[in-house]
Design a protein around this ligand. Structure first.
Ligand code: NAX
Ligand code: K
Length: 252
């Protein structure tokens, strides 16, 4: 399957919304629900009352993390959300996701000086995706450092926060993920040796991109998700392949 640059992925996201009418809300729901489902697999299918910390930035990567937090809380996990900014700094769809969690009374806090990460079984990293600009700053930086010092495995959304989606180089600091769920198609940086080392086990999630959209961009993408909406990938010579081959049901 092809891997995308940040600009190609931005263009996919733009065409999804502007030309197919598949809204950001829909894409984010698919991203976040698949992320929650992968978290469930990482907890061996047993998440009732298990502590999970979700780190959410204020961009669309954070929005996906907030969707995952909702599903995990609905499924019985003990979810605590740590936001990089106070709620009034969130806008648009991520603000909408945050308001839902507030209505559900899911425990939410925003990182302040001296914060510690609560003990947990899994950290979900949704601080920054392909929108990274420069070295992580402020509370985002603090949360990355806290997450890395936790003993719990980190599951990153799209790319580990602080990883350059094009080059795979880690900014200072960057998340060291146990697993990464990338969206639609792998980002090129994840397939480089550094990207592979920082992203842990790599998975691909369906966010419902029509094959015709890829064809318009000159990309030939076979039906990837016939066996499920989250697929484990393997990287061979810089190329991403579905583990066990296309069409295999990976979870049985
Ligand atoms: N249509 C879309 O745009 C979709 C986006 N999705 C997700 O959203 C991500 C892209 O969303 P965005 O374009 O909003 O970008 P991101 O959410 O990746 O990053 C932007 C946020 O990170 C902050 N940030 C960037 N560099 C920083 C730095 N050095 N220090 C501190 N904060 C920094 C920005 O201030 C902003 O709040 C993707 O990786 C993917 O996970 C998916 O949910 C699917 C649809
Ligand atoms: K991330």
């Amino acid at each position: 399957m092809p891997a995308l640059t940040r600009e190609q992925m931005r263009e996919v996201d733009r065409i999804m919304v502007e030309e197919y009418g598949i809204t950001l809300l829909q894409m984010m729901e698919n991203a976040g629900r698949n992320l929650a489902w992968l978290a469930l697999q990482w907890l061996d299918g047993d998440l009732v009352d298990r502590p999970i910390v979700v780190l959410a930035g204020r961009g669309n990567n954070g929005g996906g993390g907030l969707v995952a937090a909702r599903h995990l809380a609905n499924w019985g996990a003990w979810v605590q959300v740590l936001c990089s900014h106070p709620p009034d700094a969130y806008q648009g769809v991520p603000a909408q996701q945050l308001a839902i969690l507030q209505a559900m009374e899911v425990p939410l806090a925003w990182a302040e000086e001296g914060w510690e990460l609560p003990p947990c079984d899994l950290v979900v990293d949704a601080l920054i995706g392909y929108g990274l600009k420069g070295d992580p700053r402020g509370r985002v930086r603090d949360l990355i450092q806290l997450a890395n010092s936790s003993v719990a495995p980190i599951l990153s959304l799209d790319v580990p926060s602080g990883l350059d989606a094009d080059t795979g180089q880690g900014a200072t600091p960057h998340i060291r993920a146990a697993a990464t769920l990338t969206l639609a198609l792998p980002k090129q940086g994840l397939l480089t040796p550094t990207g592979q080392a920082l992203s842990g086990d790599l998975y691909l999630a369906d966010i419902s991109v029509p094959p015709g959209l890829y064809r318009r961009l000159g990309l030939e993408v076979p039906p990837l998700f016939s066996a499920g909406t989250v697929l484990p990938l393997t990287v061979v010579d810089g190329q991403a392949l579905i583990q066990g081959g296309a069409g295999r049901t990976p979870w049985t």
